[in-house]
Design a protein around this ligand. Sequence first.
Ligand code: PLP
Length: 395
Amino acid sequence: MAITPLMPVYPRCAVRPVKGEGCYLIGEKGERYLDFASGIAVNLLGHDHPHLVGAIQQQAATLMHVSNLYGSPQGEHFAQRLVDNTFADTVFFTNSGAEAVECAIKTARRYHFAKGNPQKNTLITFHNAFHGRTIATISATNQEKLRDGFEPLLPGFKYAPFDDLEAALALIDENTAGFLVEPVQGEGGLRPASQGFLEGLRMACNDHDLMLVLDEVQAGIARTGKLYAHEHYGIEPDIMATAKGIGGGFPLGACLATEEAAAGMTIGTHGSTYGGNPLAMAAGEAVFDVILEDGFMEHVRLMGDRLRQSLEQLIPNHDDLFESVRGLGLMLGVKLKTDSRAFVAHLRDNHGLLTVAAGDNVVRVLPPLVINEAHIDEFIERLSAGAKSYTVPKA
Ligand SMILES: *Cc1c(COP(=O)(O)O)cnc(C)c1O
């Protein structure tokens, strides 16, 4: 048999972590990696945060899972906290980002259905978007590498260039349900939307009774120095998907909505066996306890500024390789003049440094939000050494 027991959909590498310590991962042979990937923007408290670990341990021993057929004091409590701290009036808990986006898509369609406009079922989404790997969420992007061979895809999506307001508005017709957009594109190349773009989408939604659906699965939960990235823009969505950092490493996601937007999500219209189980709620609450502490967001913004400045200072020393730095808070990207995947592998294999490649030749820098200046210095040293020792592969 040639196939591996783990379905070979990932190009597995030699990094095989067995333990986490703060901002470091430790491999099978005891090797240490500085983790500026954070499980792709997930482990925002690092790997062994005592408050998160303790909350999970305690809840595991108390009650792990019960059906959503029963009342959920744990879910009610965490949902109330999300409502108190965001635009939303109501929350549906999921186990992943893609499921949160699925719920967001269903909520948007159902809003128009409940208003007697079932034909308004098409979401306008954006080139190079990443919304997950389910059939609906791969249908919501134009990225061929995600879609190829999985046809027939789900109808009801149209694609405009990212950050091009005019192109997006030009796609509005009598079937439009709204827009689905990442305020900061992650996988597609770490690109923050411009102010005018998000404001323009918000205004168009107000004018045409459309749903503004934000995918903050990667940008949300303090990653950019605000609880949610859209707060930087002074706009609010009608519906939003969140996941990744929200469980700090425990699988958890959520779809948030205003009361109006959730008008169609009535009893029996949606569900999940595991979604919002007490163990996941304990993890989410523990993460919230930490990120809502006084000074936490300021810390993220301060570290984000330092890291960005250090990266920008590094560029002129390696201007054959590095082009520019972009991003918000601790969601940063270094655009290369060459393919980023090979460079990310070089940093990983030869310099003990974990980052994540993204589209558009970008190296994503997504450290745990609890990093300090010493971590930034170590990162810059290793990145600089990595750039020095790197020979761009011949195309
Ligand atoms: C990671 C990601 C998803 C998918 O989340 P999963 O938990 O992998 O399903 C969706 N949208 C964005 C913006 C993401 O970064």
